[in-house]
Design a protein around this ligand. Structure first.
Ligand SMILES: [Zn+2]
Ligand SMILES: [Zn+2]
Length: 123
């Protein structure tokens, strides 16, 4: 269940990094019924140095949108959240090996539906 306060909001922007180049990205999640769909992952020059910064806590199901075009930097088809620093990065998807582009923690990506994160901007 999502908190009732964000029910009316349909978009959330979240800081990402590209797993391969480590460059800053901003991800756009669009709300579809009970889930947030990642539908864009764009380059940005303003991403912070620290992972998972953002003033708006969001809790819910995150998925890749069916027409997600991939990471703007490397075309990776999916995303992952680091279990150590909570940072988000592009990824090859569940089952693949992933190195966090924020803190360097590495491991196999585990399929997960429910996420807690901090969005930069919503609306
Ligand atoms: Zn990438
Ligand atoms: Zn990390």
């Amino acid at each position: 269940m999502s908190p009732p306060t964000d029910e009316h909001l349909t978009r959330a922007r979240v800081w990402f990094r590209c797993e391969k180049s480590r460059e800053g990205l901003i991800g756009r999640f669009v709300r579809r019924s009970d889930a947030w769909w990642l539908d864009a992952l764009a380059r940005t020059t303003t991403a912070p140095e620290q992972a998972n910064t953002g003033a708006i806590p969001v809790s819910g199901i995150l998925q890749t949108a069916p027409l997600f075009p991939g990471c703007a930097a490397c075309q990776a088809p999916s995303f992952a959240q680091c279990s150590t620093c909570s940072g988000f990065g592009c990824s090859s998807g569940p089952g693949s090996w992933w190195t966090c582009p924020w803190c360097g923690n590495a491991g196999e990506i585990v399929l997960k539906e429910h996420f807690d994160l901090n969005a930069v901007e919503m609306g």
